[in-house]
Design a protein around this ligand. Structure first.
Ligand SMILES: [Ca+2]
Length: 169
């Protein structure tokens, strides 16, 4: 799905009622056609990440930004999965580093536990994408508080509640 013409056609089909915006259930069904099954909560988070106009749905421009992110994540996954269909946790760690996220062990294993559904230490593409959506959302949220770019934020209780509610998946 690299070129804009193909993407526009795809977007048009998903936007079945021609509103110029696609909803989370529409996006969820469309991704499922491509063999990517996500819970609605993950798809809603995908939309929130790139909902630049904050209307709760995804227009074509926002979709292009999401697609760019998904392609980057899929490419990193493909480079490391070597025909196995999943990544073991060491490779998940390496994949996250390639994507610019270096988590420490407690953070990394807690995130893996949430997204490795059968707890076998094997992360499939849909689980890896979900994991990346979560980490990217957390990163965006962190950066919105860390405006002096110190790598550290101080939150009061309300801000903490706001953060957890924004990163819920
Ligand atoms: Ca929008």
């Amino acid at each position: 799905m690299e070129n804009v013409g193909v993407l526009r056609e795809w977007f048009g089909r998903v936007d079945s009622n021609h509103t110029g915006n696609i909803t989370a259930p529409q996006l969820q069904r469309a991704l499922a056609v491509g063999n990517l099954d996500f819970p609605l909560s993950i798809v809603q988070q995908m939309i929130r990440m790139y909902d630049f106009d904050r209307n709760g749905t995804m227009n074509f421009e926002e979709f292009l930004a999401l697609n760019k992110f998904l392609l980057k994540v899929q490419n990193v996954f493909s480079a490391l999965e070597r025909g196995r269909g999943f990544l073991p946790l060491d490779d998940v760690y390496a994949a996250l580093v390639k994507l610019g996220f270096s988590l420490d062990s407690p953070a990394f294993y807690t995130v893996c536990e949430s997204f490795d559904k059968n707890k076998m230490g094997m992360v499939r593409l849909d689980e890896f994408i979900s994991l990346c959506i979560f980490v990217q959302s957390a990163c965006n949220l962190f950066n919105s508080f860390d405006t002096p770019k110190q790598g550290r934020v101080t939150l009061d209780f309300n801000q903490f509640v706001y953060c957890t509610a924004n990163c819920r998946i």
